[in-house]
Every structure is written in C-alpha cells, then in structure tokens.
Write a protein that binds this ligand. Structure first.
Ligand code: MGD
Ligand code: MGD
Ligand code: SF4
Ligand code: MO
Length: 708
C-alpha cells in the first residue's frame, strides 16, 4: 500500500463500479493483499451487502500498473506515435506543453478544434468542472461523454413523457413493497447485484416478477414469467400489452384523465396489436401477453424497470416510451410502491448526466441553447453569456468530426472509447488522426495507447466528492487513501490546465467542496436542483434525493406525487409505431448479434481485468449461442466460433444453451484488441438521443475447428 493511508483505521468509501454505489469499509492491514473490505453499515442503500466487485474494488486502485507520473510521447521525424516510447515528465512541463499545443491548434483552427470526452464514473464535482472547463477555459462546443452510450435514450424518453429525467421515479425502498415488477432488458442480478434483495423482498411479500430479455439471465431465475423476446421487439410486445389494457378497459381511468394526455392516440396506435397478431410476430403465447397485461393493470402497485437491453437501439427512445405508456396507463407513476425506472449503470451515471458534460447541457440539467439558462449559469461563472459556446455533438459524432478533420485535439477523462464505442476500428482510426490526444486515467488503456500525453488522475479511493446513485440520491464519498506517486486529483488537473489556458480566475477551487458550493449555486431553480444539498447534510443524512431546492427541504425520494414536470403538470403518453433496427438479418448475415455484460467484469475492463479474482471468473469473452445455431454450423465440443458483421470479424470460445433466443448471439464487450466485440457492432445512432445500436446488428456465425 506504500504508506498511502493509516494501517488499522477503518476508512469509509463507496464501490466505484455500478450505480448502487454500495458503501465499503476499507482497513489497511499488514497481511496480503494489504487491505480488507467490509460492507459499510452506514450507507442504507446497500443493506449491508456487497457483490464480488465491491469486495475486490480496492485492488485496481493499488495495482502496480497505476501510472504515477505524467508521460509524453514526442514524435520525431517519421516515427509513428505508437512506436515512440513514453517518457516521464514533470507536471509543470506537462501543463505548459499541453496548453501551448491547445492554444496553437485553436489559433490555427478555431476554438472548436479542441474537444473533451468525459465519463460517468467521475464525481459530480469533476463532471461539473469538465463542462465548465470545456465552455470557459477551452471555449469549445465539443464536449460529450460515455453516458451518451448509456443513458441517453432513457433520458430522452423520460424528458418527453415526464418533463424531467431522473433514472428512478421512486426510491428502492418502494420496490420492496410493490406487487408487480416488470424488468425489461435489465440484468440486475449481474449488473446491480445488491438491488436483488429489494426484488426478493417484494417477491416474498407476494409480488409477481416478469422479465423480458432474449436470454434467460440470472435475473430471470427469480421471475414468475420470463418473456424470451427477440431483440428489437419490445415496442411490439408492449403494444400487445397496451392493446389488452385498452380493449378490456383495464387502465386507470381517473388517473389517465387527470394526470396524462394522449390516451386516444395511444389507443389508436395499439389497435392492430392484438395478442393474436403480436404472438404471430414475436412467438410469445397470447395467453402470456394477456396474463401480464391483466396482472400488471390490476395489481394495487407496480414497477416497470428498463435498462440498456432495449435502450441501446435506434428505436431505444420509442421502446422506453412504450414501457412508460404501460406504467402511466395503469396509474403506476407517482404513487406509493409504484413507478417507472431506467436503471442507471455507472457509479455516477445519474449525476454524470446532470452537470454539463453533455453536448447540449449546462449544470442542473439546463439546456445550453436556452437563453435564460445561459444567463443564469454565466452569472455564476462570472462570464458573459455570449461567450458560452452553443451545443456540440454526441459522443460518437465527435469521432466523426475528427475523421472529417474538424476536430484536431481531444482530452479524454474517465473513459476508454476504443473499447466501448461501436464500430471501434473506425474510432481507433479517428483517434490516430488527432494532432493532440491527452488521456487522464489510472492506467495505460487501449485509448491511452494512442495518446501524446498521459496524465495520472485519481481513483475512487483518493478523490473526495459527491455522486448520485441509481435512485437519484446524492451522497458524499470521503477520501480514503493518498494519491500514488505524483498522480493528481482530476479536479486539480483541470484547474491547473485552465490556469495555463488563461482562465485561472474561473477555476480557483482548492477542494471538492469548493466546487460543490458553486455547483449548488449554478443549479438554483434548475430541473436538477442541488442548491439545498450541503456536504454537512450529506454526511449527516446518508444522502439526499434531488430536487432539493433549499436547506430545509427534505429532498424528493418519490417524484411526480402531485404533478409531472411538464408545464401543464401532466405526463404525456406517446403513440409508438414500432420501427426496424438499422440493420436487419439477411442470407449473408442471418443472425442477430447482441452485446452486454457479465457479472465479474466492468465496462471496458480496464479496472476489472486488473483485479485477479474477478478476471479469473471471466478471463475472455465467450459467445452465447442457441443449440440450433450450433447445429446449423456443425459446432463440436472444443470448437470456437467466428462472428462476422459488415464491419469486422472475431473469433470466440462458445457456450451453447437453450437459454438464448434462437435468432440471437450474445457477446460481452469488456475486452479490447482481437477480443473486442465492438469492432463488429453497428454505429447507427438514434435520431434524437444519438445512442448507438449496441444491442442489434446482423451477424454470420461460422465454425472454427477446435484443437482436433
Ligand atoms: N458486472 C457488471 N455490472 C455492471 C456493468 C458492467 O459492465 N459489469 N456496467 C454498468 C453499466 S454502465 C450499465 S449501463 C449497466 C447495464 O445493465 P444492463 O442494461 O442490465 O446490462 P446489459 O448486459 O447491457 O443488457 C441487459 C440485457 O438486455 C438484454 N437485451 C438485449 N437486447 C434486448 C432487447 O432488444 N430487448 C430486451 N428486452 N432485452 C434485450 C441482454 O440479453 C441483457 O441480458 O450495468 C452496470 N453494471
Ligand atoms: N458493445 C457494447 N458497447 C458498450 C455497451 C454495451 O452494452 N455494448 N455499453 C456502453 C455503456 S452503457 C457504457 S457506460 C460505456 C462505458 O464505456 P467506458 O467509458 O469506456 O468505460 P470504463 O471502462 O468505465 O472507462 C472508464 C475509464 O476511466 C478510468 N477511470 C475510472 N475512474 C476514474 C476516475 O475517477 N478518474 C479518472 N481520471 N479516470 C477514471 C478507468 O480506468 C477507465 O479507463 O460502454 C458502452 N459500450
Ligand atoms: S452492487 Fe455495484 S456498487 Fe455494489 S458492490 Fe457490486 S458493483 Fe459495487
Ligand atoms: Mo452504462
């Protein structure tokens, strides 16, 4: 542990991985591995539990691979960047040289030639600073972040339906008391494991649980009904449920009349989606459709949760809106033990999308094109509103702009886009075109391999700050360890760089608390109002739900109790016309490739691949295929499978089972290089949310002979 903390003392922190943000208690010890982790008793959300990732979470933070000083590659002559060895450099030289290069690129090509790519694992303070850094220090419109690949379809849908976007409209405690739970495209058992006790408590008290997924997952094991749906058919399936609910007049008439608008259009849109018709095109039995529709509508309380399964599609906003229609028609939003939720993914997937990392956004979920929002935020920042740039483009489109030569430099902080972006070969080629790539990370990631500068940032154990969990609960995470070597806090890297860029007076923050105090002011009266939240309160109360407009305000665990956030106070129902995926199967590419996660790896794998006990459980990606696929391509024991899409090809070990829909092949995405499934995925984007279609593309499987 290298003297980075006090041996024997119990240090409080939070697991850095999923959006549950379980509390951990870290004790440094003399024995290998030098520390011990226990679930912390003081954070109520995780009910004294941790999953495997939480128990092993400190391991990557103290890994010898941590880069602990700035590194540079100055290309000389005709050598390529990748062939040039890293050289250590001191911070002063790093800041001086990086800012010089930024300023000279901007002098030549304009302010927008420099871009920023952020992440959802960062604290609210760093997300806020990153947005301000882009707009005030770099004066560029081009900032976006990895949450675009994550929550953007859910966010667009919730904004449209409710007028506000907070992942869950209800606290987790409400879920434990509900009577009917629909889990669509969400594999909670592997992705938010400590949420399972809430679902199991509900089940024990008599709740019915329905899972909708092309695979029988660990989560579907607790379901009463599993709907094995072909990817892309959620809107069709939900329209079938709505058809039954409308025809049998099962909807909550008083609630729908008083609290929503748009019933007629929805009734009209679902008219043709009779259970017979939906059954014919999805293969789901009519009786199952009727049973779920009746069960959910008649239940005294109910919850619908969605996640990336149906959101990461070019129809992801529409699929989500149809699930929201279901919850609204049955009067299940804004009532006790009821609600809708799009389950947030990353540690700060919620706060990360509220404070200005998004291309069109200012802090507090304000819109950068709204003159009033610009005026308010500019006032807090001490700049003239006219100096703030307009909105930029989404994460993937940043790479398209690099391709087109419009963007010449990028700062990546808290993401590994070469592994996590769709059509990753294209993204890698784009990054190689940059004149300047600066990566702030803990490790030399696949993305950092193409950087001119690597700056060692801070891990979760070293950076104090606030995050906002899956429920919309803001909480405080204390610092547990000192930084390794000469690594710096992310916030200090941004502030010092801003200083060198001539904007130092806007970045006079010493501590995360200083940043939070400004964030509070910048969100006064905003949709995501944090102004009543203070560090003291967070430490005292174990978290506060936003919106929280004053220090006397208790916070808002349950949203929309009296009114929705649209001007008329009503939620909007949306008539959904199911659409096709961007790529449909063909004779050449006869199957659907879908991608996702396994329980022991996390996102681009940078942290968990360096956590031996986790990595040992899933050291490489395995393709899941249905037995009929194996039979068709003549797969034998020990064989591997070659998957080919229009964009690329890769070979994987195979798991054959009947748990997956016969049309579908699943591969997890946590690896880079030859093992990267994102070299095959489609970069088609949703027209509004700009979410890539990670969950559907057309694929050809072929047998690759085994050892024999
Ligand atoms: N272990 C682990 N936990 C994680 C993460 C991780 O990488 N590893 N990542 C975190 C993050 S950032 C996120 S966003 C969340 C993601 O959490 P989830 O969204 O739950 O995870 P995924 O595995 O991407 O997708 C969920 C399910 O969608 C199904 N699916 C695919 N296509 C469709 C479809 O068309 N319709 C429906 N209904 N289902 C479909 C897949 O079979 C899969 O089981 O997890 C968080 N937690
Ligand atoms: N095919 C496919 N692709 C997907 C998805 C999918 O389902 N299928 N899901 C998408 C989703 S939902 C997501 S969220 C993205 C995520 O994709 P990425 O953003 O690439 O995910 P991470 O692996 O979390 O990358 C975070 C990086 O930041 C570093 N890091 C962590 N904490 C800190 C910190 O505090 N400071 C600094 N400076 N660095 C830090 C880590 O070391 C790591 O290198 O992937 C997307 N890609
Ligand atoms: S459930 Fe999520 S936050 Fe909790 S220990 Fe597991 S990965 Fe960490
Ligand atoms: Mo995510």
């Amino acid at each position: 542990m290298g003297g980075r903390g006090m041996t024997g003392a119990a240090l409080n922190s939070h697991c850095p991985f999923c959006s549950m943000q379980c509390g951990i208690e870290l004790t440094l010890t003399e024995k290998e591995p030098g520390w011990a982790v226990r679930p912390s008793g003081s954070f109520p959300v995780s009910t004294g539990r941790l999953c495997q990732k939480g128990y092993h979470s400190p391991r990557h933070a103290v890994h010898p691979d941590r880069i602990t000083m700035p590194l540079v590659r100055r290309v000389i002559g005709s050598r390529s960047l990748e062939a040039t060895p890293w050289q250590p450099e001191n911070w002063d030289a790093a800041f001086a040289e990086i800012s010089d290069r930024i300023l000279s690129i901007q002098a030549k090509h304009g302010a927008d030639a420099v871009s920023v790519f952020g992440g959802g694992s960062l604290t609210n303070e760093v997300c806020y600073l990153l947005g301000k850094f882009a707009r005030v220090a770099l004066k560029t419109r081009y900032i976006d972040y990895n949450g675009r690949y994550c929550m953007s379809s859910a966010a667009a849908a919730q904004m449209r339906a409710f007028g506000l976007d907070r992942g869950l409209t209800l606290p987790l405690d409400d879920i434990a008391g509900t009577k009917y739970i629909i889990l669509a495209g969400t594999n909670i058992a592997e992705c938010q494991p400590t949420m399972m006790p809430y679902l199991l408590a509900a089940k024990k008290a008599g709740a019915t649980i329905v899972t909708i997924d092309p695979r029988q997952t660990m989560t579907s094991k607790i379901a009463d009904i599993h709907v094995k749906l072909q990817p892309g058919f959620d809107s069709v399936f939900v329209s079938g449920l709505l058809n039954v609910i409308v025809n049998e007049k099962l909807y909550d008439e008083a609630y729908v009349a008083e609290r929503t608008s748009g019933l007629e259009a929805v009734a009209e849109a679902v008219r043709e989606f009779t259970p017979e018709y939906v059954s014919r095109i999805t293969g789901i039995y009519e009786e199952k459709i009727r049973a779920i529709a009746r069960g959910f509508a008649k239940a005294e309380s109910g919850v619908v949760l969605t996640a990336r399964g149906l959101e990461q599609q070019v129809n992801g906003v529409e699929h989500t809106l149809n699930y929201i229609n279901l919850a609204l028609l049955c009067g299940k939003v804004g009532r006790p033990n009821s609600g809708f939720g799009a389950v947030t993914g990353q540690a700060n997937g919620q706060g990360g999308r509220e404070h200005g990392q998004k291309a069109d956004q200012l802090p507090g979920y304000r819109l950068i094109e709204d003159p009033e929002a610009r005026r308010k935020v500019a006032e807090v920042w001490g700049v003239h509103p006219d100096t703030l740039p307009g909105k930029g483009v989404s994460a993937f489109e940043l790479f398209e702009k690099i391709e087109a030569g419009e963007i010449k430099a990028m700062i990546v902080l808290g993401s590994n886009p070469i592994v996590s972006s769709p059509n990753a070969v294209r993204v890698e080629a784009a990054l190689k075109k940059l004149e300047l790539l600066v990566v702030v990370d803990l490790f030399e990631t696949e993305t950092a391999k193409h950087a001119d500068w690597f700056l060692p940032g801070s891990s979760f154990l070293e950076a104090e700050g606030t995050l906002t969990n899956v429920e919309g609960r803001v909480f405080h995470r204390a610092k547990a360890l000192d930084l390794p070597g000469s690594a710096k806090l992310d916030m200090h890297i941004l502030c010092e760089l801003a200083e060198r860029l001539g904007a130092g007076r806007y970045f006079k923050f010493k501590t995360p608390k200083d940043v939070f105090e400004e964030l509070r002011r910048a969100t006064i009266g905003a949709p995501a109002d944090y102004s009543g939240i203070t560090y003291d309160r967070l430490k005292r109360e174990g978290g506060v739900f936003w919106p929280c407009p004053s220090e006397e305000h208790p916070g808002t665990p349950r949203l929309y109790v009296d009114r929705f956030a649209h001007a008329d106070g009503k939620a909007k129902l949306h008539a959904i016309k199911p659409g096709l995926p961007a790529e449909t199967t063909s004779r050449e590419y006869p199957y659907i490739l879908t991608t996702g996660r396994v329980g022991s790896q996390y996102l681009s794998g940078v942290q968990t691949r360096r956590t031996e006990p986790l990595d040992a459980k899933a050291p490489a990606p395995v393709a899941e295929v249905h037995a009929s696929v194996a039979e068709r391509i003549g797969l034998r024991a020990g064989d591997r499978i070659r998957l080919t899409t229009k964009r690329g090809t890769a070979v994987f070990p195979v798991r054959v089972s009947d748990d997956i829909h016969p049309t579908t092949i699943f591969v997890p995405f946590h690896w880079g290089g030859e093992q990267s499934i994102n070299r095959l995925t489609n970069d088609a984007l949703h027209p509004i949310s700009r979410m890539p279609e990670f969950k559907i593309c057309a694929v050809r499987p072929e047998r690759v002979g085994g050892a024999t």
